[in-house]
Design a protein around this ligand. Structure first.
Ligand code: 13P
Ligand code: SF4
Length: 300
C-alpha cells in the first residue's frame, strides 16, 4: 500500500499533510506532519495540484478555504471533530447580537460557516497572541471554553467563552496528572491548552502540539508525561528517540483522528475522493478570518 501511495502521489501531483494525532503509519507516509497552524501554513504555500489531508473535517476545510483553486481531499468524511460541531453559525450570530461591541475569535476547530462569521481565527499555538492583537475590550471566543479560559489568563480583555470543549482533552483530570507523576516522578508534565483549568494548573508546560515538540527539543529533561492525544507520542518518539514519553492515561484518544487508514489514502488518491467543497461566499469570508490569523505570529 505504501508503494501504491507513493506512485499515486506522483501521478496526481499530490502533497499529503497529516496532523500529529494521525495513526503512526499515516504520519510515516505524509510529506508533512504538524499542528493545525503548521498544516494551514503548508496548505497556503504548496505548489501541488492536490492536497490530501489526513486529519479531521475542519483541517481539510481550512486547506480548501486557503486554496480555492486546488483540489483538497479528505480520505474519510466521517472524521469529524466533535468540538467543532458544538457551535453553529446561527448560534454565533445570536451571541454576536448579545455582545455587539465584542470581536469574535474562532478556534480553527470550527466549520467554514462559523469562520465566515468570525473576525479572526486562532489555533492552540497562537490563541493568546491573536486575542491580544485585537483592538477591542471584549472578545467572544468559540467554541472551546478551556482554550478561552487559558487565553484569558494572559490578557486584560474580557474573554467570553462558548460552552464547547474537546471530549478527548476535557476528560484528562487533575487526578490523572497526579497519578502519572507518581508513576514517573522525574518526568516533566506537558499538557494541551484544551485541557481543564485545574489540569493545566498541575502542568510544567502548556503547549499546542508543535509547541510540545519545541519545548522537548529545548528541555534538559529525558522524560515527559504527555497530556494530549496519543498520536503525539509517535511524533515525539520519532523526533527524539533518546527521550522517553508517557501517555497521561490510556484513554487519551480522539476516535475521528484514528479513522484515516492507509487503505483509505490509496482509495482517496486513486478515485480522487472525497473532494472538500466550500460555497464561494463562505470561502471568501472564512479566508479573511484565516488570513488575519496567519498575519499574527506563532507563540515562541
Ligand atoms: P494542535 O493545533 O495543537 O495540533 O491541536 C489541534 C487539535 O485538534 C487539538 O485537539
Ligand atoms: Fe477535535 Fe479534540 Fe479530536 Fe482535536 S482531539 S480533533 S479538538 S475532538
Amino acid at each position: 500500500m505504501i508503494e501504491r501511495i507513493m506512485r499515486l502521489k506522483q501521478e496526481r501531483d499530490a502533497v499529503i499533510l497529516a496532523h500529529n494525532y494521525q495513526r503512526p503509519e499515516i504520519q510515516d507516509i505524509a510529506d508533512f506532519v504538524g499542528d493545525s497552524l503548521a498544516l494551514a501554513i503548508q496548505a497556503s504555500e504548496t505548489d501541488a495540484d492536490v492536497i490530501l489531508f489526513c486529519g479531521v473535517d475542519f483541517m481539510a476545510e481550512s486547506a480548501a478555504i486557503l486554496n480555492p483553486d486546488k483540489m483538497v481531499l479528505i480520505p474519510d468524511t466521517d472524521a469529524r471533530c466533535p468540538m467543532a460541531a458544538m457551535i453553529t453559525e446561527q448560534k454565533l450570530i445570536e451571541m454576536k447580537r448579545t455582545y455587539p461591541d465584542a470581536l469574535v475569535v474562532c478556534y480553527v476547530n470550527t466549520s467554514a460557516s462559523v469562520k465566515a462569521e468570525s473576525d479572526i481565527c486562532c489555533t492552540s499555538a497562537n490563541a493568546v497572541e491573536v486575542v491580544n492583537s485585537l483592538d477591542c475590550e471584549e472578545v467572544i471566543f468559540v467554541p472551546d471554553k478551556n482554550l478561552a479560559l487559558y487565553a484569558a489568563r494572559f490578557t486584560d480583555k474580557k474573554v467570553m467563552p462558548w460552552d464547547g470543549y474537546c471530549p478527548t482533552h476535557h476528560q484528562i483530570l487533575a487526578s490523572d496528572i497526579t497519578d502519572a507523576k507518581k508513576r514517573h516522578p522525574d518526568a516533566e508534565v506537558l499538557v494541551h491548552p484544551e485541557c481543564r483549568p485545574e489540569t493545566i494548573d498541575l502542568a510544567d508546560g502548556v503547549y499546542g502540539t508543535e509547541g510540545m515538540i519545541r519545548h522537548v527539543r529545548a528541555s534538559r529533561s529525558d522524560e515527559f508525561i504527555i497530556g494530549t492525544e496519543s498520536g503525539m507520542l509517535h511524533r515525539l518518539e520519532r523526533e527524539f528517540p533518546e527521550k522517553r514519553f508517557y501517555a497521561v492515561s490510556d484513554y487519551t484518544i480522539c476516535p475521528p483522528m484514528k479513522m484515516v487508514t492507509l487503505l483509505e489514502v490509496v482509495r482517496s488518491l486513486e478515485n480522487l475522493e472525497h473532494v472538500v467543497t466550500i460555497p464561494e461566499d463562505v470561502q471568501k469570508k472564512a479566508k479573511d478570518a484565516l488570513d488575519r490569523m496567519l498575519e499574527v505570529k506563532r507563540e515562541s
